[in-house]
Design a protein around this ligand. Structure first.
Ligand SMILES: [Zn+2]
Length: 313
């Protein structure tokens, strides 16, 4: 059986594994990224991980790598936010020369999107919008069964779609970007601000009064206990996301929207609020058909999705 190496490069950890043809993990390992020690250390950690996956194996089809930053058609990486000197780096060539195997490099959220398309919630669909919702909001788009990559460097930076023309400043330099409303820190701040203004909420009890400890997870816990503030917050997040998705639905007419990442764990209240807002805003004929579902690949998503990249050709 043919096997593929999948490597998920994160700001803190490198996750690498060997994946069977059906998307099953055969072995895996996690190494520290060592980004602070510079580019050379990160590359040598990646090499170590790939060697572990290849050790004693035959019939390996290739190596798929998901990396932060923008990736061009030649597998060169530019401007990764958490890896400072990860710029103008010919990642594909480096590892093809080193291991003499085909290597495909893709932006990390594009990678997750392709993984969900090949093995996960998007299986069987040809037009897909996928986002990961956590610290930030990343996105990927499959159109007519192909990952949409724009004209050269990047596409689907969904987190930086503005939803308000005079909204708060975003890290990208723009203002009013959706990420600035639904990133984990901003969701937590919504709860904190309301409680500071005197709102009674179980969220406050759950963090024993220390408002700096509020996270989206805590807000979810409060929601399950019937907390009204928590309900309002998820409705707000659904309002923001649904507004943005409505534009994307009218633009692309997707069959399915997949939401992954830590905040998707909020589950029902978040998904219901998103669906409600889409119904209210998008063209009825389009919104009626579109499904909004959680990502499916789970904890090993990064590795499985990186491996799926080899199926792109
Ligand atoms: Zn932005």
């Amino acid at each position: 059986m043919k096997k593929i190496v999948g490597l998920d490069l994160g700001g803190t950890f490198i996750k690498v594994g060997l994946v069977g043809k059906t998307g099953k993990i055969l072995k895996k390992k996690q190494l520290p990224t060592l980004g602070k020690k510079g580019r050379g250390s990160v590359l040598s950690q990646m090499e170590k991980g790939i060697k572990f996956a290849l050790n004693g194996e035959k019939d390996v089809m290739g190596i798929g790598i998901g990396t932060p930053g923008l990736v061009d058609r030649q597998g060169k990486v530019f401007s990764a936010p958490n890896l400072p000197d990860w710029d103008n780096l010919p990642l594909k060539k480096i590892f093809e020369d080193k291991f003499n195997l085909p290597v495909i490099v893709e932006n990390d959220v594009n990678t997750i999107t392709f993984g969900e398309y090949v093995y996960g919630a998007g299986k069987g669909y040809k037009n897909i919008i996928c986002i990961t919702l956590g610290t930030g909001l990343g996105g990927g788009i499959i159109l007519n069964g192909k990952l949409f990559r724009g004209s050269n460097l990047s596409a689907a930076e969904i987190g930086h779609i503005p939803i308000c023309y005079e909204g708060p400043k975003c890290n990208c330099g723009n203002s009013g970007c959706i990420e600035r409303y639904v990133g984990a820190a901003y969701i937590s701040r919504m709860a904190r601000d309301a409680i500071k203004k005197g709102r009674k909420s179980k969220i406050k009890d759950l963090v024993k009064g220390d408002l700096s400890l509020i996270t989206p997870k805590i807000i979810s816990q409060a929601y399950k206990k019937g907390d009204w503030l928590a309900r309002e917050i998820w409705e707000k997040v659904g309002l923001y996301l649904g507004t943005m998705f409505s534009g994307l639905i009218n633009l692309l007419n997707p069959e399915i929207i997949i939401i992954g990442g830590g905040i998707a764990q909020a589950g029902k209240p978040l998904f219901e609020a998103v669906r409600k807002e889409i119904k209210k805003r998008a063209f009825p004929l389009l919104s009626r058909e579109v499904k909004v579902v959680p990502a499916k690949l789970g904890i090993d998503s990064g590795i499985i999705s990186a491996a799926s990249l080899i199926k792109m050709h």
